[in-house]
Design a protein around this ligand. Structure first.
Ligand code: ATP
Ligand code: MG
Length: 579
């Protein structure tokens, strides 16, 4: 194996992991015990109560959020302030007319009021539906109408996008604009956040208190097609808390930073619910990606636990390992990644740059929380997404939906329904929801295999797997081989139709700084892959491109590479990142 196992010795950790023996924890798992830890009083089963009020009651002065603005302004908020602001907003939105299970869309930058309002809506009985602020008007209208939304909360800089589609949103009842951070005064026919908050009480009696009440609607990333509105209930918090404790390894004194925007499910499940249900201080950084800036954020706030994504890690790799070393990021103790497969090269790069390996984990919008993970106490096999979370049955199944127990056999990745954060429907598309359940399994749409020691290895999405000369190739292994080469920054691999082989493996490659495209380099890369993967799996064609098409959550859109290659329509591109 190219990448040796990374051994863990928990005695080496200054902070003893919450999960120090996966097998033992799995064998003795009880969701009931997790619930008991949360000490939820009768009639208070509400995500906002568990994340905010519960801590405000016990530890009011503890910092819940450190907000770091794009212009470097810093604002701190305690759990008590969080409770008061979210209560005020719950009162305000109730007065505006919110009814139970109304859909409230969030179309704002990452500012503190976004979080106050989210928890306010949850307390008031509404469903929060966060969107990326970089979306254009059409993707907003499309999602809003599919969910038959009632309210939009936004900021003045984004208002014109909504105004341009306002007449196309028949179910819209009101727009609320958070304007006090900007100088704009003329806003038209909207409600002002600070006006409706003005005389509101700091007390509020929580409305949603049944664990099956609706809480969050999240649109999927749109990597494989039209984004789907996965709807979740308050009960999901049980999974957020448990995975926050045992995968994120959150401890009371941690300063935690999840880099994801709430427009993507990672930014809510792990930017809000997991840290705050664990009572941990969370950093919200308003700015976008920049290697130096991100390291400065870590340094300034002494971030201890950091959760990010492969696309960011690849960009950080591009910026080199000297930069983080020179910045002396001593506070970091644990790093994780999600969203796409993390190339083994990325795992070990973490060791070079931070003296810490990067821990990959797997989940989806639909699963609501992490299902498969690398844990602090588990040896890492670079390239593997780790092992199933305790209490969750994850399996590889065949085309007849039967579990494959033999190791190292590829199949569909499936999860046994019933985990707390399972989505409960695709909003207004129950048929599609039902189609995801076959036999006794929820079908994830991903392909994977499990080794003899129960580590899961991602192969590819069902739609992306390449059938070449009679065998199946997952794009991930080819992309991983390519990015090991110093000339390659990123790679996206597809199957290109071929009259003889059915499909051939074709790679799109963007180059690292200082490298020029040439036929010689193309041959060298093919040779490199042949050595690593064998001639059947190595790409037959390589095309150099400046950047790969990606979703706003940073996932390579292979379906777009393929559509462009074949000259076919591009389908839904609402989540496509700007170049
Ligand atoms: P859509 O369903 O609209 O096509 P999407 O599947 O990308 O979009 P998400 O729910 O944001 O939407 O992403 C979940 C998917 O991302 C997983 O099904 C998997 O394909 C991929 N993924 C996430 N984490 C990992 C990981 N650690 N390793 C491999 N793949 C991952
Ligand atoms: Mg999906």
């Amino acid at each position: 194996m190219d990448y040796p196992e990374i051994n863990k010795n928990i005695d080496d950790y200054a902070t003893s992991p919450n999960l120090n023996d996966l097998k033992q924890r799995t064998d003795n798992w009880s969701w009931e015990q997790i619930e008991n830890e949360l000490e939820i009083p009768n009639k208070k089963f509400n995500q906002a109560y568990i994340c905010v009020d519960r801590h405000a009651e016990k530890n009011p002065e503890k910092l819940a959020m450190i907000w770091h603005g794009a212009n470097d302004a810093i604002e701190n908020y305690t759990f008590q302030q969080f409770r008061e602001e979210s209560n005020k907003f719950a009162n305000a939105i109730t007065k505006v007319g919110l009814q139970k299970s109304d859909r409230v869309f969030f179309f704002t930058d990452r500012i503190p009021e976004l979080y106050f309002a989210c928890f306010g809506v949850l307390k008031a009985g509404g469903i929060i539906a966060p969107l990326f602020s970089a979306f254009g008007p059409e993707p907003v209208a499309e999602r809003f109408n599919r969910a038959e939304g009632e309210y939009i909360i936004t900021t003045p800089n984004l208002l014109s996008k909504i105004e341009s589609i306002r007449s196309e949103l028949p179910s819209l009842k009101a727009i609320i604009v958070i304007s006090h951070r900007s100088k704009q005064s003329e806003l038209g026919n909207v409600l002002q956040y600070h006006e409706i908050m003005k005389d509101m009480s700091k007390d509020f009696e929580i409305v949603n208190s049944d664990r099956e009440d609706w809480a969050v609607m999240h649109f999927t990333s749109g990597t494989t097609g039209l984004p789907k509105g996965a709807a979740h209930v308050h009960n999901a918090l049980i999974s957020h808390y448990a995975t926050g404790k045992y995968v994120l390894d959150l401890h009371e004194d941690d300063i935690y930073w999840c880099t994801a925007d709430p427009g993507w499910v990672t930014g809510t499940s792990y930017g809000m619910f997991a840290p705050w249900s664990n009572g941990v201080t969370s950093i919200i950084y308003e700015g976008g990606f920049s290697a130096r800036k991100w390291y400065e954020v870590i340094k300034k706030h002494n971030v201890t636990v950091w959760y990010t994504a492969p696309t960011a890690i690849r960009l950080l790799m591009k910026a080199g390992s000297e930069l983080p070393k020179s910045m002396d990021l001593q506070s970091l103790r644990y790093i994780m990644s999600v969203g796409e497969p993390l190339n083994p090269e990325g795992v070990v790069w973490g060791e070079a740059a931070f003296n810490l390996p990067i821990h990959d984990n797997w989940w989806q919008t639909e699963t609501g929380a992490i299902m498969v993970a690398n844990y602090p106490s588990l040896n890492i096999r670079p390239g593997s997404m780790g092992k199933a979370f305790p209490g969750i049955k994850v399996a590889i199944i065949d085309d007849n939906f039967k579990e494959i127990t033999e190791p190292d056999v590829e199949g569909q990745l499936a999860v046994k329904p019933g985990w707390p954060s399972m989505f409960r429907t695709y909003w207004n598309d129950e048929e599609r929801y039902q189609s995801r359940f076959k036999g006794e399994w929820y079908i994830t749409g991903d392909r994977a295999k499990k080794d003899i020691d129960d580590y899961f290895w991602f192969i590819g999405r069902d739609d992306d797997v390449i059938n070449t000369a009679g065998h199946l190739v997952g794009p991930f292994e080819v992309e991983s081989a390519l990015i090991e080469h110093e000339a390659v920054a990123e790679a996206g691999v597809i199957g290109k139709p071929d009259p003889v082989a059915m499909e051939i493996v074709k790679a799109f490659v963007s180059l690292s700084e200082g490298f020029e495209q040439s036929d010689e380099l193309r041959r060298e890369l093919i040779g490199h892959c042949r050595n690593k993967l064998g001639p059947g799996t190595a790409p037959r064609e390589i095309e150099f491109i400046d950047t790969l098409p990606k979703t706003r959550s940073g996932k390579i859109m292979r379906r777009l590479l393929k559509a462009r290659e074949l000259g076919l329509p591009e389908g839904d591109t609402s989540t496509l990142e700007d170049d």
